[in-house]
Design a protein around this ligand. Structure first.
Ligand code: GLU
Ligand code: ZN
Length: 294
């Protein structure tokens, strides 16, 4: 069976260097195995989106030679599929309504975990509610191709997570699982800021009867203070006119060792070298850069 990977940016701003790393790594991981590489815009949260960001992300990927297969998927056009999955979970008794306020969640949870209150005391039918999935296990583990075995544990009854938000939006967790399954994605490679979402996504796949893809989480670049490189701490948008240098830099950070004679290579020569030599085992688990290097 041939493999299918994807890049799934949220259009909250232009592509920054951290996202370029994830896009490039996922692209190389697929192309080196003759797999497909899909693109999905995760535009499910309009208040967080920036007008024009989706178009700018597509143009940047294109300028870097990261060409995707088939049409771009947009989550905003797939709400009926999320609705179907939500109804399936409710029918199976795997999910329940929750109208706890932020404040109540703060006082009742245990280190950010939900205590299952609304499962024991269902809210009135008229209340506007989030929907939570009952996390079927209190212990879980999975094998990550870069980070190794990851183990998770919750006090029994404390792992329940939101798949539909109280403000009426489908949650990322549900959409990502439905879309990856619908597209036949076999390999998810993304930033390690999402690694702790993975056990919930694996639980959802099992509940919805979907196969589980392989997971790999590349390190998120942090500054020496441990802060993630992001728009908030001024990660600059990347400049396509610098694409050769940026690709070389990204490859080195991913532990791939581009030979020095590639220093003057074209974009396509660089990518073709990288596809042939891609070695996921060389990707480091963590990455810290000084502010001056970012
Ligand atoms: N849309 C998510 C983000 O930009 C990524 C989703 C994923 O790769 O699973 O952070
Ligand atoms: Zn609740």
């Amino acid at each position: 069976m041939s493999c299918i990977g994807r890049f799934a940016p949220s259009p909250t701003g232009p592509l920054h260097f951290g996202s370029l790393l994830a896009a490039l790594a996922s692209y190389l991981d697929m192309r080196s195995r003759n797999g497909k590489w899909l693109l999905r815009i995760e535009d499910l949260d309009p208040p967080r989106e920036q007008p024009g960001a989706a178009g700018s992300i597509l143009r940047t990927l294109d300028a870097f030679g990261l060409h995707w297969d088939g049409p771009v998927a947009y989550q905003s056009q797939r709400l009926e599929y999320y609705q179907d999955a939500l109804e399936q979970l409710l029918r199976q008794g795997a999910a329940y309504r929750c109208n706890c306020s932020r404040k109540q969640l703060k006082t009742r949870g245990v280190s950010g975990l939900y205590d299952g209150h609304c499962l024991r005391y269902p809210p009135p039918a008229s209340a506007s509610c989030a929907i939570r999935v009952i996390h079927p296990e209190s212990e879980q583990q999975f094998q990550d191709r870069i980070q190794g075995v990851r183990r998770y544990q919750w006090p029994p009854g404390y792992g329940d997570f939101v798949v539909f938000r109280r403000d009426g939006l489908f949650a990322y967790q549900l959409a990502v699982v439905v879309d990856d399954a619908a597209a036949g994605v076999t390999d998810i490679l993304r930033g390690s800021d999402l690694i702790d979402e993975t056990p919930h996504q694996i639980a959802l796949q099992a509940l919805l009867g979907y196969p589980m893809p392989a997971y790999a989480h590349i390190p998120v670049i942090t500054n020496p203070a441990g802060q993630k490189l992001s728009k908030q701490n001024l990660a600059p948008a990347i400049d396509p006119s610098q694409r050769q240098q940026l690709l070389l830099r990204a490859l080195s950070l991913l532990g791939q060792k581009p030979p020095t004679d590639l220093a003057t290579a074209s974009r396509d020569e660089l990518l073709s070298w990288a596809v042939t030599h891609w070695n996921i085992a060389a990707v480091p688990g963590t990455l810290s850069l000084c502010e001056s290097e970012t």
